[in-house]
Design a binder for this molecule. Sequence first.
Ligand SMILES: [Zn+2]
Length: 211
Amino acid sequence: MSSNPYGLPIQTSLQELRQSIHADSNKAMVKLSAIIPGIQLDIKYAGTANIFYEQLYARPHAYVRLPVAKALAAVQQELREMGLALKIYDAYRPYSVTCRMFERLPDTIYMGLPRTGSKHNRGIALDLTLINLKTGKELEMPTPFDALVYASHPNFQQLPEQVIRNRETLKSIMQKHGFEVDPVEWWHYNYSAGKNYELMDIDPDLFEQLR
Ligand SMILES: [Zn+2]
């Protein structure tokens, strides 16, 4: 495995990933739309309408590790009974994109650091929100995605009651299925059992070849 300037081990080839999947099938990278048919994707970094004003992905994609995908499928199932569904803003993110983001916005509170890598780079983090199943509209949340303000903190309370309820609905159902909310971003969830997953800097277009 190659390592970055900080000595961090990073998988950079499909071959390395394939080998680790052979050793542990949970490391498989799963396309969310394959395991959760009809899931709404709004991959912000595949366009320029994001805080970087830059298209960071060649095309929209949403991959996570196998157990993360299964847990998210259970979340979606339970939401359906409540007339709700998930909308995904981001999932797996190549390590080089995290570095590019930090270059553009060297913020040590909100940004994934090149020194440690982001859990997005490990395929165990998701940025998401809730939508109304019937209308397809997003539920009102404290801030837009990627707003780097106090109101984005999941414990921020100076909000309309309904907004707090929406945020708590998302949080409680995600927690129930093994996800933890980020301390400063209400939309970011880490899969809590996601230990020992390598950082990757692999083009997600290549993941199709894993099957
Ligand atoms: Zn995130």
